[in-house]
Ligand binder design. Structure first.
Ligand SMILES: Cc1cc2nc3c(=O)[nH]c(=O)nc-3n(C[C@H](O)[C@H](O)[C@H](O)COP(=O)(O)OP(=O)(O)OC[C@H]3O[C@@H](n4cnc5c(N)ncnc54)[C@H](O)[C@@H]3O)c2cc1C
Length: 463
């Protein structure tokens, strides 16, 4: 069935991802006439080839540890066998279900879904791939981002991104992943857990640039302990394919033979060919679309939310921005989004959850900083015999006592940090944490029982 293209709308949304869908849905609920164009699948990166399928693969990969650990608790588990095709088929079924739910949620308040690429024809007109045009009082650009494989190297055509990793015909026995960000680290854990031999190559000195240094060091050690080979300070300069195998050449001179090569070397905003220059929409220094605190671009009735603005590229942020925009334009409720204290997780093995400032950031911004840090063997690992340690770290303003940052590596870190984020957002102090009764036996109780700072900065200067 083809959808009739409306001649005119109050809001035209380009891109039905996290931000675009929320903005369209809420604007329509406020009574606006809304159309949304989507060139691939409704739901966008997060639902179709990002957070959701990734987390399903993460769940799958973690069974490996569970089977191993079970023995220490008295279970005899027959040799487990894993079938990639079953996992991918079940994952695809769930993604199809979610896409249908997103479509239904848009259609319920009357949003017109146009399955087409859309570009700006002039400041008030959007053009679809078939040449049809739609006049719009307001236009929202919510086109997200796409994997960036970096500069050209020989054999680039043999390299996959996270997009293709979700649809591989078979689990590669050996995979090389280039990148040090959260997507690279997460896929390293997924493939290793499912049984692939994984090599992670990153040009920097350590993985997870921008995270707290203790988190980076701790996670790297844990990943290496789990058998992932991490090569830092090196980079892929070429890939040759012969038969089913790929030989990867590194700048440092190493040659590594693997079955798949994946790059997770960053993402770039989807702005090519959108017609931004033609209508006067300006870009920011970060390469994304420049917006003000109400998501307005340099053209007042054209807006941008989510990854295309390249600020905090996370789904809940895009959703918040889209919602705030709809409330601002059509709900008679001007709403800004507060981008401070956004919690984030890395679904690596083990998991990372962080909120607030790193130790380095805190020391740059505050005169006195107290650090509370603890590493310990989680209770579950005692009987399982697994060699693993958790890290918990609080970064505290030594003057006000306010908790500025919390950093956790270990099982359940993401779930824990969502709750800690409430306290940090509310301005909780270390004394508030201390006054909170511990819940025993948990790993999280460590957060309220760390009594003595492991490091203090700026104390002498202040005394
Ligand atoms: C592998 C991976 C894992 C991730 N994991 C997490 C996670 O665990 N947690 C988290 O919070 N975030 C995660 N993210 C990030 C998250 O997916 C994005 O931040 C989020 O999807 C951004 O939403 P958005 O609305 O800005 O764009 P998107 O969701 O990317 O949606 C943009 C949509 O616009 C469409 N489009 C683009 N150009 C056009 C055009 N010209 N015409 C019509 N349609 C167009 C695209 O097809 C797409 O559907 C992950 C991303 C990846 C790649």
């Amino acid at each position: 069935m083809t959808t009739a293209v409306p001649a005119e709308v109050d809001l035209f949304v380009i891109g039905a991802g996290s931000g675009g869908v929320r903005a369209a849905r809420i604007a329509a609920a406020h009574g606006a006439k809304v159309a949304v164009a989507e060139e691939y699948r409704v739901g966008g990166t997060c639902v179709i080839r990002g957070c959701v399928p990734k987390k399903l693969l993460v769940y799958a990969s973690r069974f490996a540890h569970e089977f191993e650990d079970a023995a220490g608790f008295g279970w005899t588990v027959p040799q487990p066998a894993f079938d990639w095709a079953t996992l991918i088929a079940n994952k695809d079924k769930e993604i199809d279900r979610l896409e249908r739910a997103y479509v239904a949620n848009l259609e319920k308040p009357g949003v017109v879904i146009l399955r087409s690429r859309a570009v700006l024809a002039d400041p008030h007109t959007v053009r679809l791939a078939g040449g049809e045009t739609v006049r719009a009082a307001h236009i929202l650009i919510a086109t997200g981002g796409a994997p960036s494989l970096g500069g050209p190297i020989p054999g680039r055509e043999h390299i996959i991104s996270s997009n293709e990793a979700f649809h591989l015909p078979a689990l590669p026995p050996r995979i090389l992943i280039q990148g040090g960000g959260y997507i690279a680290v997460e896929f390293a854990g997924i493939f290793a857990g499912l049984g692939s031999a994984v090599t992670l190559v990153y040009r920097g000195t350590n993985i997870l640039r921008g995270f707290d240094d203790d988190v980076r060091t701790h996670l790297r050690a844990e990943m290496e302990r789990h058998g992932i080979a991490i090569l830092t300070g090196d980079t892929v300069v070429g890939v040759e394919q012969a038969g089913g195998a790929h030989t990867v050449a590194l700048a440092g001179g190493k040659r590594i033979e693997v079955d798949r090569v994946m790059f997770a070397t960053g993402r770039k905003p989807n702005i090519a060919g959108l017609g931004l220059e033609k209508v006067g929409v300006r870009l920011a220094d970060n390469g994304g679309i420049a917006v003000d605190e109400f998501s307005r671009t340099s053209v007042p009735h054209i807006y941008a939310v989510g990854d295309v603005t390249n600020r905090i590229n996370l789904t809940p942020v895009a959703i918040r921005e889209g919602h705030a925009l709809a409330d601002t334009i059509f709900g008679n409720r001007p709403t800004k989004v507060d981008h401070a204290h956004v919690p984030s997780a890395v679904f690596s093995e083990p998991e990372v959850g962080v909120v607030g400032l790193t130790e380095t950031q805190a020391r740059e911004r505050h005169a006195r900083i107290d650090i509370y840090k603890s590493t310990f063997r989680p209770m579950k690992a005692t009987l399982s015999g697994r060699e693993t340690r958790m890290l918990m770290k609080l970064v505290v303003d030594g003057t006000s006592g306010r908790v500025l940052g919390c950093h956790i590596v270990g099982e359940g870190a993401a779930e824990m940090i969502q709750m800690v984020a409430i306290a940090v957002k509310m301005g909780a102090t270390k004394a508030d944490f201390d006054a909170t009764m511990a819940l025993h036996p948990t790993a999280a109780e460590e957060l309220v029982t760390m009594r003595t700072p492991t490091a203090r900065y700026g104390v002498e200067a202040a005394e």
